[in-house]
Ligand binder design. Structure first.
Ligand code: GLU
Length: 298
């Protein structure tokens, strides 16, 4: 007997959901229905400085209002720190991580001095590539600095990780990447440099938790926005290092506002709740989403 495919929607409760989230959630839900699969909800609330319980409540309310239903229990990442810790320990044992004490301003100053910010290498999200300041720092000096009150984050040594896994890693794209990528896509984790795997303030990161959870929840098809398409390269690399199964990916287009900018949580007037409060029905909202899609295509 083959098991049913499993889909998920995984919002972060750092603000109110907007129409882009509604589109994404419906996309995953409909894909699950079409495949006679299961649909799970995961709340990605590892960042205790930005996540708020009232946003969780609102997410559940908004999704129910949209007509979605999901299996219980909902997985809350904040309740599963031990799972991420285990994965981190495994990466550490492979020798592909290191402690990094650099602050944002230190990184910026270092890059500025080396190449000037204008010419600096940037990752697919536009952030500065980490210049490797603490990559080869000796253990004793690092330990002394930590003991003197500077908390470290943990970074992936990208070169070592790629050496272990090989540079011909791929993923299977069922939807489309920002440039129309489809089918077998060659991963480019090197474009991200030494990514943070565990943060100073929380002993995990989006990249680590997402691969651990997709595996633990048996997700077979990851449906999500194109804004994380390039991050899939990091996720595949981590899956290989951690010996986790490979899901299929289905990235969808982003809903944009009339100026062509991606919707953002900070624009409160764009929240799903605000649309609802203005009296829009689900059907009317779907139409708005449709029209925004057309706008985005122009
Ligand atoms: N929590 C992430 C977000 O809201 C989920 C991304 C993903 O589905 O992998 O962007």
């Amino acid at each position: 007997m083959t098991s049913s495919p499993i889909f998920r929607f995984a919002p972060s409760p750092t603000g109110l959901l907007h129409l882009g989230h509604a589109f994404s959630a419906l996309h995953a839900f409909e894909a699950a229905k079409a495949a006679r699969g299961r649909f799970l909800l995961r709340i990605e609330d590892i960042d205790h400085t930005r996540c708020r319980p009232e946003y969780v409540t609102q997410i559940l309310e908004d999704l129910s209002w949209l007509g979605l239903s999901w299996e219980e229990p909902v997985r809350y990442q904040s309740e599963h720190m031990d799972d991420y810790k285990r994965a981190l320990t495994k990466l550490e044992a492979l020798g592909v991580t290191y402690q990094c004490l650099a602050s944002r301003s230190e990184i910026k100053a270092h890059v500025e001095q080396r190449s000037g910010l204008g010419k600096a290498e940037r990752d697919p999200d536009g952030a500065l590539i980490y210049p490797g300041i603490y990559r080869n720092m000796d253990a004793e000096t690092t330990a002394e600095m930590i003991a003197s009150g500077r908390p470290p984050c943990i970074r992936l040594n990208m070169t070592k990780a790629i050496e272990l896994v090989g540079d011909n890693l791929t993923f299977q794209e069922k939807g489309s990447g920002p440039q129309g990528e489809y089918g077998k896509v060659l991963c480019s984790p090197q474009n991200w440099g030494d990514v943070v795997i565990a943060r100073k303030e929380t002993p995990t990161s989006y990249h680590l938790s997402v691969v651990v959870d997709d595996a633990l929840q048996g997700i077979s098809e990851v449906t999500r926005g194109q804004d994380v398409f390039h991050a899939t390269s990091i996720h595949r690399l981590l899956q290989m290092l951690l010996e986790l199964p490979e899901p299929v990916y289905n990235h969808h287009r982003l809903i944009k506002d009339q100026s062509g900018a991606k919707l953002s949580k900070s624009a409160a007037d764009k929240s799903l709740k605000a649309w609802r409060c203005q009296g829009f029905s689900v059907e009317e909202l779907l139409e708005v989403i449709e029209n925004e899609e057309h706008l985005a295509k122009d």
